[in-house]
Write a protein that binds this ligand. Structure first.
Ligand SMILES: Nc1ncnc2c1ncn2[C@@H]1O[C@H](COP(=O)(O)OP(=O)(O)OP(=O)(O)O)[C@@H](O)[C@H]1O
Ligand SMILES: [Mg+2]
Length: 339
């Protein structure tokens, strides 16, 4: 179908108030625009669509990892090696982290925003970043933040499928994904990057795996400067040294300290009606939560909110107080699992 036909349909469904068909046709047009290399137009449409969807969703607790911040693409061409394609509207304020981490990430973004200036002076652009650190500390989130700040589409590679593939086509497929990312100006995101290293333990064909690692090394070496590759792992030591050396930037995302936990709570509860019933006790719980991940702390807080809500009588329910004692108990349960 031609672009003009899509526009006619969109006008028709819009006037008829047929949301379902309207969204369907709009998505078709986005897909058509990408295929006809009108990527910018596709991104603009996508962003309009995303804003509209977000507006329709009710305000509430800002679960930073909630799906409303990423728009997953339906992509007919997605191969089994691509987990998903998405655009993200996460931004730096969504991520709680230390100052050095924030500054590393923002320099990285700045380099890509100023790519022409760097080119003028023949300066290399950092385009390969490794995010590492314990589970639940924001590696995947940081990748979404980079995609959101750079306003680029992100292709998430399914490394699991790649390493378990017996096709012998693996290297070719990886090269294809990288080429496609370069022409479409997408970010390539290899989450759980350690999967590549783990293969040595499996009863896998060693030669095939070596080929995959070598392919990635080559792809990294010949990556166009405007392309961006992000890898994330919670087991950096499983990764081949040769691969580690290829990254321009390695950023460690760590467990939160008390200040970070405070910030996480503030961000989580902004726009929500919930407050703690005992401010003094909250301070103690925050102290106790040090050693746990952002993910666990946020998860227990949300559980505490739900339990507080259910335990209240109807008239008290309106007060929307979080029972700090409930949260304290959940945090101490989590701490016990660490021992
Ligand atoms: N630094 C952070 N700032 C704000 N929220 C965070 C942070 N880290 C984790 N979270 C919350 O926890 C969720 C899970 O975090 P995320 O998936 O980024 O962790 P991860 O480091 O990738 O963990 P894993 O190694 O298990 O993949 C996020 O979506 C977010 O809600
Ligand atoms: Mg992750």
């Amino acid at each position: 179908m031609q672009q003009i036909e899509y526009i006619k349909e969109i006008a028709k469904y819009g006037l008829e108030n047929d949301q379902e068909k309207l969204l369907f046709t709009l998505n078709e047009l986005i897909e058509h625009s990408k295929q006809t290399k009108k990527v910018n137009f596709a991104l603009q449409l996508q962003s309009i669509l995303k804003d509209a969807i977000r507006q329709q969703q009710t305000n509430g607790i800002a679960r930073l990892g909630s799906a409303k911040h990423v728009l997953r693409e339906e992509d007919r061409e997605v191969s089994e090696f691509i987990l998903e394609k998405l655009t993200s509207d996460y931004r730096f304020p969504n991520l709680v982290c230390s100052e050095p981490v924030r500054s590393d990430l923002s320099y990285f973004v700045q380099e890509h925003r100023s790519i022409e200036t760097l080119r003028q002076y023949d300066l290399p652009v950092s385009n390969k970043v490794l995010l590492y650190g314990p589970s639940g500390c924001g590696k995947t989130l940081a990748a979404y933040v980079l995609a959101g700040e750079l306003q680029k589409m992100m292709i998430v590679i399914n490394l699991g499928a790649i390493v378990s593939s017996k096709l012998g086509e693996t290297s070719k497929n990886l090269a294809k994904i990288f080429r496609r990312a370069a022409t479409e100006d997408c970010i390539v995101f290899m989450d759980e990057f350690d999967t590549l290293g783990k293969v040595r333990d499996y009863s896998q064909d060693h030669g095939e795996m070596k080929r995959v690692v070598n392919t990635i090394l080559q792809l990294f070496d010949y990556l166009p400067q405007s392309s961006v590759v992000i890898a994330a792992t919670n087991q950096k030591d499983m990764i081949d040294d040769a691969l580690l050396r290829r990254f321009d930037l390695s950023i460690k995302l760590e467990l939160p300290n008390e200040i970070h936990v405070n910030e996480l709570i503030d961000k989580t509860l902004t726009n929500s009606p919930f407050t703690f019933d005992n401010k003094v006790k909250v301070k103690k719980v925050i102290k106790d939560s040090v050693g746990l991940s952002y993910y666990t702390i946020q998860k227990t807080l949300l559980t505490a909110i739900k339990r507080s809500l259910f335990s209240k009588h109807d008239d008290q329910r309106k007060s929307q107080k979080i029972q700090t004692a409930v949260w304290a108990e959940l945090i101490s349960q989590e701490r016990r699992t660490l021992l």
